[in-house]
Every structure is written in C-alpha cells, then in structure tokens.
Write a protein that binds this ligand. Sequence first.
Ligand SMILES: C[S@@+](CC[C@H](N)C(=O)[O-])C[C@H]1O[C@@H](n2cnc3c(N)ncnc32)[C@H](O)[C@@H]1O
Length: 265
Amino acid sequence: MEKKDYTEKNRQAWNEASLKHRQARSKKGDPILQDGFLDLDETIISYLREFGRVEGARVVNLCCNDGRETISLKRMGAEECFGFDISDEAIKTAMDLSRKTGVECKFIRSDVYDIDPGKFPPSDLAFISAGALSWLGDLDGLFQIVTGLLEKGGRLLIYEIHPVAWLLEEAPPENPLQISGSYFKDGPVITQGALDYVGNEDYDGLVNYSFDHTIGEILTSLIRAGMKIEEFRELPGDVSAVFSHLEKMEVRLPLSYILCAKKEG
Ligand SMILES: C[S@@+](CC[C@H](N)C(=O)[O-])C[C@H]1O[C@@H](n2cnc3c(N)ncnc32)[C@H](O)[C@@H]1O
C-alpha cells in the first residue's frame, strides 16, 4: 500500500472518531470553552514557559485534531497559530471552537505531507504532541516539511508517547509489565478498533494504519533533515492517558518524552 492509501484510510477512521468526540463532549461539557483554559498538561506548560517558547511566536501545530492544543498555545501568548489535520470533522470542530472561544487560530484540513511550506509565513515553533507521530510513517518526509515551515533558528517541539510504552498493554492488564509488542517493527500496525479517546466508546471502528518509530529512527531522521537536537528529555509521566496506569508503578519507565530540535543555517 502507498503512503496516500494509508492516509486516506486514516482520514476516514479519524472522521469517524471525531464525530464520537463531538458527541461525547456535547454530553459532558467542554472545558476549552472556559476563558483561559489550557488543554495541555503541566509538564509541557512548564516546559514551554521555562524556555519562553510560545510568547510572541508564530506556531504550527501538526496533527492538531480538533484544535484544543492549538487554541491553548494561542492562549499562552502565541502571536499566530496554524493547525493542520487530515480529518475533515476534527478541523470542522476546531474552526467552531475558535469561533466560539474567540481565540483566533487558522485551521487547515490537510495531510501533513501535502503542506506546501511556501504558502505559510516561516514559524518560530512547530508543535507535535500526544499520539500524532505514530500516524506519520515517513519521518524523513515529515521533518523536511517541518524544516520548510520553520524560520531559521525556529524549533520543533515533540511531546510524545515514548516508544518503550508502546511495548506494553494499553488497558491496565493483569501484569502491566508484560511485554506485548516488539520494539522493532516493519510496516504499519493495522488496527480495526475504536479511536475515541474522549468518550472512550468501544465501537467497531474503521481499519487504520499506524507506525511505531524507534528513538534512533526519530533522532536520525531529524539529524538528516539538518536539525540540531537541543534536548531529548525522557519522562516517567504519561502524555496520553493511555498508559496512566504505568505511572503509579514502582518500576519507573520512560512513558513520554520532550524532544526539542532547532533549525540551523
Ligand atoms: C491522537 S490525535 C492527535 C491528538 C492531539 N495531540 C490532540 O491532543 O488533540 C492524531 C491526529 O492525527 C491526525 N492525522 C493522522 N494522520 C495525519 C496526516 N497524515 N496528516 C495530518 N493529520 C493526520 C488525525 O486526524 C488525528 O486528529
């Protein structure tokens, strides 16, 4: 299967999930509608503040889903924010949230690989987080787009699930430390299952294709794209709610990471 075919299947699967997200949020209320609410966790908020990465910055948020993180980055003081996502339904919600909150962000429905960096003003910060990277199979292609979107001296910040966490079971199993997957995988992980991480509804979802990247692959791809890796911080906290049961264990594992890379020269 070609990259385009995976993406098309994933677009359909994420449209299906985005409708579920909208329904779940309309039932339980949506905190992003409260003035000043940030849909980012304390770890990344403190990191962004500590290094002053957002204030006054032009930001691109890749795989932004329904724009909650993009809106939060704008609320944290970004000057301009662009959010990109493949899902029509997620982008529809993002635009709606931008209108309802009065937080101005530009949302674009696009496959990340179809972004033409020449059409956007160069950014200071590219932000990718929480379950985004695993949908993007071609890391070299991704980081080329990212470097194209960044200003010289601009930074890419990835706050993601650690590949070690993907070795373990998602739902709290009997033995949470039982390794149930391989670190090295060829080809996509093919799943037919629910992607609803808001209402956590279990449904027979459309088939979707995700990709497990090793740390070595991510770092090497960034280096190949000409990015200078400034920081790679491995963290024991969960970024996704998928592995939160592992946070409480005595054995401390790397569950997430923050990777900061700078576009040079
Ligand atoms: C787990 S969600 C991202 C979550 C996001 N960090 C958040 O908290 O809202 C993954 C997103 O990646 C998007 N996606 C998957 N493949 C994509 C692609 N090729 N280009 C753009 N977006 C893509 C999906 O539509 C989905 O919204």
